[in-house]
Design a protein around this ligand. Sequence first.
Ligand SMILES: *[C@@H]1O[C@H](CO)[C@@H](O)[C@H](O)[C@H]1NC(C)=O
Ligand SMILES: *[C@@H]1O[C@H](CO)[C@@H](O)[C@H](O)[C@H]1NC(C)=O
Ligand SMILES: *[C@@H]1O[C@H](CO)[C@@H](O)[C@H](O)[C@H]1NC(C)=O
Ligand SMILES: *[C@@H]1O[C@H](CO)[C@@H](O)[C@H](O)[C@H]1NC(C)=O
Ligand SMILES: *[C@@H]1O[C@H](CO)[C@@H](O)[C@H](O)[C@H]1NC(C)=O
Length: 384
Amino acid sequence: MLSALLALLALSAPLAASSPLDARGGPKHDKYHGKTLAPSNYTVVPGIFIQDDPKFNATGYDLLSDSFGLIDKSAKRWKNFTKYVTDLNKNADEHTTYKVVYIARHGQGYHNAAESFYGTPAWNCYWAQQKGDGNMTWADAELTTLGIAQAQACNAGWKTQLKDGIPLPQRLYSSPMRRSASTLDITWKDILLNKGVKPVIQEYWRESIGLHTCDWRNNKSDIASRYPGFDFEPSFTEHDLLWDEVYEETGTQQARRIRNALNDLFANDPSTFISITAHSGVINAFFLATGHNKFSVQTGGFVPVLLKAVSYPTATFSPITGGQSATAPACTADPTVLVKAPATVTVQPTWYPACATETATASPKPTGCLASPVTGPTPTATKA
Ligand SMILES: *[C@@H]1O[C@H](CO)[C@@H](O)[C@H](O)[C@H]1NC(C)=O
Ligand SMILES: *[C@@H]1O[C@H](CO)[C@@H](O)[C@H](O)[C@H]1NC(C)=O
Ligand SMILES: *[C@@H]1O[C@H](CO)[C@@H](O)[C@H](O)[C@H]1NC(C)=O
Ligand SMILES: *[C@@H]1O[C@H](CO)[C@@H](O)[C@H](O)[C@H]1NC(C)=O
Ligand SMILES: *[C@@H]1O[C@H](CO)[C@@H](O)[C@H](O)[C@H]1NC(C)=O
């Protein structure tokens, strides 16, 4: 795991190599007066979206039908919001900039469906380490039918807000996992991708690294052929060098990773409006790294956040402390008791229930029972 984290930290080098300075030697600016800034201290500008209110209750909340949580509900709300953010940037000192990050969780993937089916304890101690169960495959999980519908709902939600002038992301970033890239693709296909916007895949935005096969990624060639309109960060390797089958990154380690990702983003991308399609663990880490109100985001959900970054030479960063990488919890019960896919389970063909008592009232009489009780070992379900 250590080597994985070191490798990830090394990723920042080629990114930082593209200079944050423009031709005149100052920071790069965008049309909303946002600018690039060296490693920064991040805070959330409160009072703009209801999601950043500590009293916000995420249960049952549908931001798609509530202007994405923007508190201002007037017809001119998005034009006003854009002007508000532009003015913040215009009036900011040279050490300060503001960006709006739309941070999204992928739609439901097969691993989410499997975790619901097997239950979280059996998932974490056993099933997450398998690539599938013979019925579903969840290594680098793809979207389920529900996941696709969730991404389509986001697409429709954006089109609705667009009528009222919501500022579109100037840049789209994606985790390299299929479920995120597919969610981005469906969300933005006929809004931005058809206008030539090329999403950028970065390792930074992938889910908690290690242990779960759903968090292992396919090779670059495979991703490139599935998502031909996407770009990769320059350091992106052909094979997944970060994933480890024994160790998993903890939430606090992930928050440090996401803060590095934000440092890179703010140092290299002057865009003011940015979309990131990632994962629940990434969103939790983002909340921790920015001090945002914490809550869990549903599959297919997203959160708009107005971030303030300050970068003084003496700037301090709130510490994010975290210890060793985690390993899988031990199973406290047989994780294979629930069996989803009969095809993967070997049941001794000679085993049948005894006919003795249960046939007396059964109608029609069941076939395949044995007149006398079975002797020998009790059959157990085994993984194929
Ligand atoms: C949050 O909302 C749900 C659904 O409306 C409700 O059942 C729950 O009690 C609320 N939780 C709190 C802490 O208010
Ligand atoms: C414009 O937006 C800002 C920030 O959301 C808000 O404080 C202000 O009340 C809005 N103004 C109008 C006229 O809606
Ligand atoms: C990349 O992955 C695809 C799909 O799993 C596989 O067919 C291909 O051989 C792999 N390519 C390399 C270079 O490993
Ligand atoms: C950095 O942010 C923290 C809050 O997270 C704040 O207490 C501290 O003063 C900030 N430091 C600078 C130099 O802005
Ligand atoms: C196999 O998985 C699908 C979802 O892909 C599910 O609808 C179906 O019920 C599963 N079949 C079995 C036998 O578990």
